[in-house]
Every structure is written in structure tokens, then in C-alpha cells.
Design a protein around this ligand. Structure first.
Ligand code: NAI
Ligand code: MG
Length: 358
């Protein structure tokens, strides 16, 4: 039986970029005779408009049954004023935690054709290929207690809790070491162990786990230094592993090294390798509806889905080759446009990838 994919287009540019990814899915489905089936559900602001909540229980149920999930992005100014308990992003956090999607893989790979689009000098970034492994289901984004309270003097105080248990650290650590084995066998664990107790434990547990992976080199780095090193000499890294918040921030920084956040795919996996796939960027309300968003991060997320959850690595390779080909042909959406290349719309970029696949 073919695999079943749940598609959540979401908000803003979500529907535009997912439409292009769907074209690619339809082409490979036919070309490689995969027999995949698809269904669409709502998540985010669009779900609030229809169901009153960002993630309906029925949608979560469909997500549990699917072999993989493809997501565009959620959120936008239309829903910013809502109470924070029903914000679009709550749907995203809920699906990640309910499905146990703790391992977020964010490759930052600079395509050689885009060296000029990077914000750093060619010699600093050319050949860049790093993998950020971000813990996604724990840490300060989920820690209790949390909230905004009124102090005795009447002043308000906001607070969150940063915590990681040993088992949470071990499972994400394993993902990082396993991934490094398929790459250049180097893991850099990022923490703030000089200040935060939670990350002192993180460092200690990583060191202990490392004994099971003697063939992989492990180093530690404080997050502030890691931010600096990513911009100074990013090629020193192979796999970076870190907690939820540090990973969120560092991966956006790493994104810019590759030219545009519109190029960066991601996978969020559970313990069995089932997962949700989405571009690293958000719903880009500033360009929604203009037909200029870069669909490649979403298309490359489809490639990760085929590789990590569906067991079709050769098809994943074919998509990546096709993306390389359209970049060779000079096609660029506005975010990666440089002089001398051909500026194309969202749908023209999707069509170009489809043509390259055929
Ligand atoms: P964003 O990633 O949506 O946009 C940042 C900048 O990058 C904008 O200038 C945007 O136009 C540009 N950009 C993003 N994706 C692009 C693409 N594919 N092609 C070309 N340019 C692109 O981040 P921002 O503006 O901070 O957030 C906007 C909304 O998205 C907010 O509501 C936020 O909460 C939500 N968001 C959702 C995420 C998700 O669904 N996973 C992740 C991050 C933000
Ligand atoms: Mg982010």
C-alpha cells in the first residue's frame, strides 16, 4: 500500500508554497509509481477561523494516522491580537508535543549556485554543509511553571522554566550522534553551562552518551560563542546539537548563510522516524499573496520526508538533483535573485523543478 500524507497548508504564503510542493509530489508519485495518497486539513490561523482552535482534535487524529505530515507555515497579523492560549503557533507546539516530534533536523546547505546570495564572503561559506539538530518537544518553550504573575508590589513579572530531563537529553543526543555517523563524524553540543544549571546537566549527559559513540568527535560550545562562530567560520561545524530555544535562534542565523531562509527545509521526527516536514521559515505575511515566495524550502522538505519517513532515498536524491538543476539554469525567486539570473515567480519555480524531474 502507498504511503499516506497529511498536508497542512497553514497561513500566509503556506498555501502558495505547498501548492508547488504538491506539484512535485504528484510528479514523483506518477514517475516512480509510489501510490501515495494525500489529504488536507487546517492548522493555524485558518483553523481558528473555521474551528475556533488552531489544531482541532480531529486534525490531530488524522496526523496520528498519517505516514508523514507536510506543513507550510502558520500565523500572521490577523491572529496576533488573540489570547495567547489560542494563537496559531499553539497549534504548532501542540502537534509537535502530542506526536512526540522531539528531533528537529535543519540542514544548512549552501548550493554553489547561490554563493553570491549569501550574506557572507564566498571564502567563508562556499561548500557550507552543516546540520543543526534542535530539541523540539521540551525546554523553555514547554517548561512549567510559566506565565505572567502580579508581584506583591503590584508590578507584573513574566516567567518561563528552562528544563531538560536526562532521558530528553539522551534521545536528542542519540539523534545527533547517529546523524554525525552518516556525515563527517563531528558533533558540537551547544549550551550555556557556565550559567544555566539545566545545561550543565545537558553537557554532562552528552559526555556520558559520547562513550557509546567513540568514533564521533564531541565538542562543547557556549551558545553565545556558537552564534559568533556560525558567522565567523561556519564550516568548522558538522552537526550542531542544542536545546529548543538555542536551536530556534541558531538555525535562523545559519539560514542566512545559505542565501535565504526560503532555501531551508526541516524535519521533525519522533522516536520511530515518523515526522512532520516544513520549511524553516514562517508564513511571511509581508509577501503573502504576491506569488513571489520561494517554494524550494518546502520542496526540499518533501525530499527530507521521502528520505527520513517514507523510505525512498533515491527519490529524495532525484528532487535534490532537480533543485540543483533549476539553480544551474539560473532560475531565482526574488529572495535569492542576483544580477544576471532569471527572476521567477513561486509557481514558475515549482514548474521548473517539475520540468527538471521529468
Ligand atoms: P518569516 O519566516 O515568516 O519571515 C521572515 C522574512 O523572511 C520575511 O521578510 C519574509 O518575507 C521572508 N521569507 C520567509 N519565507 C520566505 C520564502 N519562502 N520566500 C521568500 N521570502 C521569505 O518570519 P516572521 O516574519 O518572523 O513571522 C511571520 C509569521 O510566521 C508570524 O506569525 C510567526 O509567528 C510565524 N512563524 C511561523 C513559523 C512556522 O509556522 N513554523 C515559524 C516562524 C514564524
Ligand atoms: Mg523560528
Amino acid at each position: 500500500m502507498g504511503k499516506h500524507i497529511l498536508i497542512l497548508e497553514g497561513d500566509g504564503i503556506g498555501p502558495e508554497i505547498v501548492r508547488e510542493a504538491r506539484k512535485v509530489l504528484d510528479v514523483i508519485n506518477a514517475k516512480f509509481d509510489l501510490g501515495m495518497t494525500f489529504e488536507n486539513e487546517l492548522m493555524g490561523g485558518c483553523a481558528i477561523d473555521v474551528h475556533g482552535v488552531p489544531l482541532a482534535d480531529s486534525t490531530l487524529e488524522r496526523a496520528r494516522l498519517a505516514d508523514a505530515i507536510l506543513l507550510g507555515a502558520v500565523g500572521g497579523p490577523k491572529w496576533d491580537k488573540l489570547d495567547r492560549s489560542i494563537r496559531p503557533e499553539k497549534g504548532l507546539l501542540k502537534i509537535r508535543s502530542q506526536l512526540g516530534l522531539y528531533a528537529n533536523l535543519r540542514p544548512a546547505l549552501l548550493y554553489p549556485q547561490l554563493v553570491d546570495a549569501s550574506s557572507l564572503k564566498p571564502e567563508v561559506v562556499s561548500g557550507l554543509d552543516i546540520l543543526i539538530v534542535r530539541e523540539l518537544a521540551g525546554g523553555i518553550y514547554f517548561g512549567e511553571p510559566r506565565g505572567i504573575r502580579v508581584l506583591e508590589n503590584g508590578e507584573r513579572e513574566g516567567y518561563n522554566t528552562y528544563k531538560y530531563s536526562e532521558s530528553e537529553i539522551i534521545r536528542i543526543g542519540r539523534t545527533a550522534f547517529e546523524m554525525a555517523r552518516k556525515r563527517n563524524r563531528k558533533v558540537c553540543s551547544v549550551d550555556k553551562a557556565n550559567v544555566l544549571e539545566a545545561t550543565m546537566l545537558w553537557r554532562e549527559v552528552m559526555d556520558t552518551l559520547h562513550k557509546e559513540y567513540p568514533d564521533v568527535e564531541l565538542s562543547h560550545m557556549y551558545v553565545d560563542n556558537a552564534a559568533m562562530q556560525l558567522v565567523r567560520a561556519p564550516k568548522q561545524f558538522d552537526v550542531l546539537v542544542t536545546g529548543n530555544m538555542f536551536g530556534d535562534i541558531l538555525s535562523d542565523a545559519a539560514a542566512m548563510l545559505t542565501g535565504s531562509i526560503g532555501m531551508l527545509p526541516s524535519a521533525s521526527l519522533d522516536k520511530d522516524g515518523r515526522g512532520m516536514y516544513e520549511p524553516c521559515h514562517g508564513s511571511a505575511p509581508d509577501i503573502a499573496g504576491l506569488g513571489i515566495a520561494n517554494p524550494l524550502a518546502t520542496i526540499l522538505s518533501v525530499s527530507m520526508m521521502l528520505r527520513y519517513s517514507l523510505g525512498y532515498p533515491a527519490v529524495a536524491d532525484a528532487i535534490e538533483v532537480a533543485v540543483g538543476k533549476v539553480l544551474d539554469q539560473g532560475f531565482r525567486t526574488a529572495d535569492i535573485y542576483t544580477e544576471g539570473t532569471k527572476k521567477v515567480s513561486t509557481s514558475e519555480m515549482g514548474d521548473a523543478v517539475v520540468a527538471a524531474l521529468q
